[in-house]
Design a protein around this ligand. Structure first.
Ligand code: T4K
Length: 366
């Protein structure tokens, strides 16, 4: 079996069977059933959010929260390209224009000092990414948004369980999207959610994920279908019971990587941010003037059946689907380009053995 970049955490089989037993009695499998309602309420208390709406995946959660704000077509949203395809696609699929801001060289989140220069009379929002679970400069971003009357929507896909100064990542900006995909620290197989400040958004988000249907004889929006089903919600209920243990185990793996790799010339390891309680979602390493390039390390690991990933290369502003479009140019975001060309995310999951971490580090250090 290869060692992949991650491996889904799963509850004990018996625990999951117990959780889904009542679905056999009720025959109620989807459309906001009891498990959906319970998970919503469990997550509200865990994330300490004002409001939450569950989704079938994080991407549709992001598309729908952008839609819910009702921005005029062709408005601009300032975002960063060092992210998964989903972030940029969610903006474009809403008929809006992403304006790319560069990232910080230390934590790879949006460089807040460069945001104001990108604001035009078409700018309606900022969509920063808490990439790898690293928290953006939420204070500076809030100050800019307040000054220019912009919405802030965080892509918090990686930030489940992360806190900044003791405040949950679910509480920054106007809204935050979380991914509960199988590869995430907390998973519902596929799934996602939006947390938000303005409770009046709840109605529109719930309608949008259900074809825009508001009531038996009322269809208010041109919505799609993005509901989380009962089996996914049951998986979430089980996984949430074990989230503390999951994060502690990940922390041990990260600490072992750090013991082996920090301080090595040419290797820049992930670093815990000040005032942040991490979820240890990813372990990115930047190879900069190391004796091997990122791509050589990737191949060396692969030859040993270890599948690291180049998250996030290529940058979203270099995707071929946007080729030739104005504003999609990696040269506008040189720091993001520099990192994307050198970064590798190493295998990380709760049950990854420290012996395997040693093997990975031995290969890297040769
Ligand atoms: N915003 C950001 C910043 C994101 O990173 C993402 C998703 C989103 C938005 C959108 O959220 P979702 O709509 O996905 O909820 C994976 C995930 O599919 C994706 O959720 C994630 N980001 C992205 C960073 O990674 P791939 O194409 O790299 O996944 P894949 O299939 O290669 O899987 C990676 C490894 O995970 C495998 O080698 C083994 C392991 N794995 C995978 C699956 C599918 C498991 O252990 N179990 C599994 O079921 O995209």
């Amino acid at each position: 079996m290869p060692i992949n970049v991650t491996r889904s955490s799963m509850p004990d089989f018996g625990e999951y069977c117990e959780e889904i037993k009542e679905l056999w009695d009720s025959h109620w499998l989807t459309n906001m059933g009891v498990k959906h309602k319970q998970l919503e309420s469990d997550l509200l208390s865990y994330l300490k959010a004002d409001n939450i709406t569950l989704y079938v995946n994080g991407h549709l959660a992001l598309e729908n929260i952008i839609a819910a704000f009702g921005f005029a077509k062709n408005s601009e949203i300032i975002t960063s390209p060092f992210t998964f395809a989903s972030t940029t696609h969610a903006i474009v699929r809403n008929g809006l224009t992403p304006v790319f801001c560069d990232v910080n060289k230390d934590d790879y989140t949006i460089d807040a000092s460069k945001i104001e220069d990108l604001i035009t009379d078409k700018t309606v929002a900022i969509l920063p990414v808490h990439v790898y679970g690293n928290i953006c400069d939420v204070e500076k971003i809030k100050a800019i948004a307040d000054k220019h009357n912009l919405k802030v929507i965080y892509d918090a896909a990686h930030a489940f369980g992360v806190k900044y100064k003791g405040i949950s990542a679910a509480n920054f900006g106007d809204a935050s999207m979380f991914s509960f995909h199988a590869t995430k620290v907390f998973n519902t197989i596929e799934g996602g959610a939006v947390t938000y400040k303005d409770s009046s958004l709840s109605e529109v988000l719930n309608d949008l994920k259900n074809f825009g249907v508001h009531g038996p004889e009322s269809v208010k929006f041109v919505g799609g279908n993005a509901k989380m089903n009962e089996f996914a919600a049951a998986m979430g209920i089980c996984n949430l019971r074990h989230i503390g243990g999951e994060i502690s185990k990940r922390k041990k793996v990260v600490e072992h990587y750090l013991n082996r790799l920090s301080g090595v010339k040419g290797i820049k390891t992930w670093a815990l941010q000040e005032n942040v309680t991490s979820n240890y979602a990813y372990f990115p390493v930047v190879f900069d003037d190391y004796k091997y390039t990122r791509d050589e390390i990737f191949e060396k690991l692969k030859q040993n059946d270890i599948i690291a990933r180049k998250y996030f290369y290529p940058l979203t502003n270099s995707f071929e689907c946007f080729e030739g479009q104005k504003g999609f140019d990696v040269n506008d975001t040189p720091v993001a380009k520099y990192i994307a060309d050198r970064v590798l995310t190493l295998p990380l999951y709760a049950d990854l053995s420290l012996e395997t971490v040693d093997k990975i580090c031995d290969i890297i250090l040769d």
